[in-house]
Ligand binder design. Structure first.
Ligand SMILES: Nc1ncnc2c1ncn2[C@@H]1O[C@H](COP(=O)(O)OP(=O)(O)OP(=O)(O)O)[C@@H](O)[C@H]1O
Ligand SMILES: [Mg+2]
Length: 304
């Protein structure tokens, strides 16, 4: 036994000789919300399709619940719920009738329909034909359908795609309660780090088929280089003065920036500026936003 509920080893998918998923080692522990992040075309959906047995890997292996997906496909997938691309429904049937059709296939008790409707808060709308549903309601119904079989693992491919801000918040809140309230581990893909940041505990970043980061969000944040901006009465002259005194600083977009965060260096810079009779208005730290970190990491990776 190992601690991972999902583990891939060198997972690779080739299309016409091109590796669109390249040696990916996913490691996902029970109870996590794992944010699977990457720009368009990175290989998220392809990876997810392989996890769901919808597509065969070119090579590499997939273990889910400590079992090999190739050998134990059916027993594994019985415990996995998923939402990949927009779910399809019978529009003329109500939400409840759509779930009932699926319930018969899955052979679960009737009361499970009420439970899943309750979880996604569609109980009051359950007798309306689905064709009149908003996109957000349809996505929630998709989650309800994926929960019908009491899954231990939920795999959601960009579940907030196309939703408006309130739909996004609802979906996020729904996902966040899965591990604690229902004991379900979640993999959720997105191309927005800010969105993953608000619900995930762990994050895997994939770009051009390769995994370039996999750890907790807090470790990702630590990678954010912060920098110090010193605002004076005459920034450009102040910058030249620092350079002339051997202190490395940058002057961009009318701002003087020191990349090094070392206290001694900042103190020395301020001292020099005061000695040269500049007025110091502000010394402030500028943190990179999460989206900046994401862009920087993906840029670094593509320049390798
Ligand atoms: N059936 C296929 N045949 C050929 N190429 C494919 C196929 N499916 C995907 N690809 C290619 O594989 C790459 C990865 O696609 P994938 O859909 O996995 O990316 P993604 O990360 O899900 O992107 P998005 O954010 O746009 O959904 C893309 O370059 C895509 O064109
Ligand atoms: Mg995709």
């Amino acid at each position: 036994m190992n601690q991972y509920i999902v583990q891939t080893n060198n997972l690779t998918k080739r299309f016409k000789g091109k590796k669109v998923v390249n040696g990916v080692n996913l490691e996902i522990k029970k109870g996590e919300i794992y944010g699977f992040l990457g720009p368009n075309g990175a290989g998220k959906t392809t990876t997810i399709r392989m996890l769901l047995g919808l597509m065969k890997p070119s090579y590499g292996s997939i273990k889910i619940f400590n079992k090999d997906l190739k050998k134990d496909k059916l027993p594994i997938l019985r415990k996995v719920g998923s939402l990949v691309e927009s779910p399809s429904y019978y529009g003329h049937l109500t939400a409840r009738e759509n779930l009932e059709a699926l319930r018969r296939i899955l052979n679960v008790p009737k009361k499970r329909i009420d439970e899943v409707l309750e979880i996604v808060r569609l109980t009051n709308e359950s007798k309306r034909p689905v064709k009149g549903f908003s996109l957000g309601m349809k996505q929630r119904l998709g989650i309800a359908a994926s929960l019908l079989g009491n899954p231990e693992l939920l795999i959601l491919d960009e579940p907030t795609n196309g939703l408006d801000p309130s739909g996004i918040i609802e979906m996020r809140e729904l996902i966040k309660k899965m591990p604690e309230e229902h004991g379900i581990t979640v993999i959720v893909s997105s191309h927005l780090l800010s969105e993953i940041d608000q619900m995930a505990t762990q994050v895997g970043i994939i770009t051009k088929g390769s995994m370039i980061f996999q750890d907790s969000i807090s470790v990702l944040r630590e990678r954010a280089r912060s920098q110090i901006q010193i605002k004076t009465n005459h920034d450009e002259a102040a910058w030249r003065t620092l350079l002339a005194n051997g202190i490395k600083a940058d002057y961009r977009d009318g701002q003087m920036i020191i990349e090094e965060k070392e206290n001694q260096l900042i103190a020395k810079a301020v001292e020099q500026l005061v000695q040269h009779r500049f007025s110091i208005y502000r010394v402030e730290e500028q943190k990179m936003s999460l989206e900046d970190i994401f862009l920087e990491i993906t840029k670094e990776a593509s320049s390798l």
